[in-house]
Design a protein. Structure first.
Length: 119
């Protein structure tokens, strides 16, 4: 039986390109408890070099991705005055199917973002 896993990527919708250099942290959530289980940075393609939650570490449950977008927005010249409108972006999702590939992309600009379950 295959085990599920989680991948992500970030696209800069304002500039129309992948968002390189965004730090992403992954937490497993249980009630009010958050346990950090992974941290990575996006590559030149806006993706991570490997799944942020690989198959062998997958467990059904609630997870939270934190995208450290503020550092990227500052470095790319898109940041306005401090405090930034968007700095750290949390996306909480439930992963239930142990045989599924979950892909959670972030579409980012300095004043908005969206996400969805991709493939």
């Amino acid at each position: 039986m295959a085990e599920g896993y989680l991948t992500t990527h970030v696209l800069d919708t304002a500039r129309g390109c992948p968002a390189e250099g965004i730090k992403i942290a992954l937490y497993r959530v249980s009630g009010n408890s958050h346990k950090k289980i992974a941290e990575t940075v996006t590559n030149a393609d806006g993706r991570t070099d490997s799944p942020i939650l690989p198959k062998e570490k997958f467990k059904a449950g609630i997870y939270e991705l934190i995208f450290f977008a503020g550092d990227y927005l500052r470095a790319s010249g898109q940041a306005a005055q401090e405090p930034l409108f968007l700095d750290q972006i949390p996306i909480r999702c439930g992963l239930s199917d142990p045989e599924a590939h979950y892909h959670v992309p972030l579409l980012l600009s300095a004043h908005g973002y969206s996400t969805y379950r991709g493939s």
